[in-house]
Design a protein around this ligand. Sequence first.
Ligand SMILES: *[C@@H]1O[C@H](CO)[C@@H](O)[C@H](O)[C@H]1NC(C)=O
Length: 336
Amino acid sequence: MALLPSWAWVLAGCLSAAAGASDLSGLYPPLWEESPGQFSDYRVENGKYIIDPWIFTERMGAYRILLNQTAPYFEKYAPENEQNILWGLPLQHGWQYSSGRLVDPTGRTDCGYESRDHLCISVDSWWADINYFLSMLPFLAAVDSGIMGISSEQITLLPPPKDQTKFCYDVAGCWSTFPDIMEKWTAFFQYMQSPSSDFDGLLNHLWVAHTSSLKYPVTIFEDRYAYYVNPEADFEKNWAVAVNYLAAAQLPTTLTRSHSLQKGLASRMLLSTDKAPFIADFTPLQNSVLVALSSLGDTDRLTGSLSLAAWKISMKTEAARKFFLQLLENYVALST
Ligand SMILES: *[C@@H]1O[C@H](CO)[C@@H](O)[C@H](O)[C@H]1NC(C)=O
C-alpha cells in the first residue's frame, strides 16, 4: 500500500518533467517560429545576406540564428538551450513588441501599429533604437567571432528611413563607429568559445557587453523622450538606470528566468493618467515594479550614481548575487 503513493509520485514527476521539457517553446518570444531561422531565409544580393532590422521578424531572426549558433556552448548546463544567457535579449525585444513599444511614438506614420504596418519597427521608438545596439551589434560581433558560419563581409543591414548616421550597418562599419561595444561583445563570444569558460564568467562578460551597448544610445536618443507622455518617458529613463543595477547583480538571463521576470514589466505603453501602484489593468507585480524602478531612478539621480557604486561593491561576491536573485524571485513569486 505504501508503495502506491511513491509510484504515483515518480509517475507524476516523469509526466511533469516531460511536460516541462516540451513546454519550453511556449516561452519563446512572439513570432519566433515565423522569423528567419537560418541565413538562407534572408534575401541575398551580390553574395551578401540583407537584413532589415526595422522589420520585427527580421530583427528577431538575427536573434534566432544567434541563439541557435551559440546553443552548443550552453549544452553542458541544460538541454534544449534553456541555460543560454542570450535569451534575455530576444525575450526583452518580444516584450517591446507585444507591449506596443516599437510603434512610431509620434503617430505620424503607420509604423508598428496593429492592423496597419504591425511588423514595422519605428526609428523614432526609444526602445527600438536602444535595442538596435543590443541586437545588431552582438549579432555582427558573433559573425566576426567566426561562430555563425559565414564571413564578416557576407552581411549587410538596411538603414532606417532617418537618422542613418546614428547606426552602423556591417561588421567593418560597426567596428569603426562603435569599437568599444564591438570589443566587449567579441570578448564575450571569445570567452564563450574558450574551453575553460564557466557560467559565472559568461554572465560577467555578457553584462559588461550589455552595459557597454547602452552608453551611447542612452545619450544619443534622449530626444526620443519628448515623443512620450511623462509616465512612459520616466519609465524609459528609470529602466536605463535599473539595467546598470541588474548588470552589477549579473542576472542570469536564461530562458525560464527571463520569461518569469518579464511578467513584472508593463504590458502596454503607459498613459498620461497612469499612476503606479494604482494602474487597474496591471498586475500587483507590474505596479510594484514600476514603483520600485521609480524609487531606484530617484535614488540614483539624487546620489549622483553613488548608490550604483555602493551596489556594485555589495554585489562583488557570488554569494551576494545569489542572495539578491533569490530575493528577486521570491518577490516575483509572491506578487503574482
Ligand atoms: C539549430 O538549427 C538547426 C537547423 O535549423 C536545427 O536542426 C537545430 O535543432 C537547431 N538547434 C537548436 C538548439 O535549436
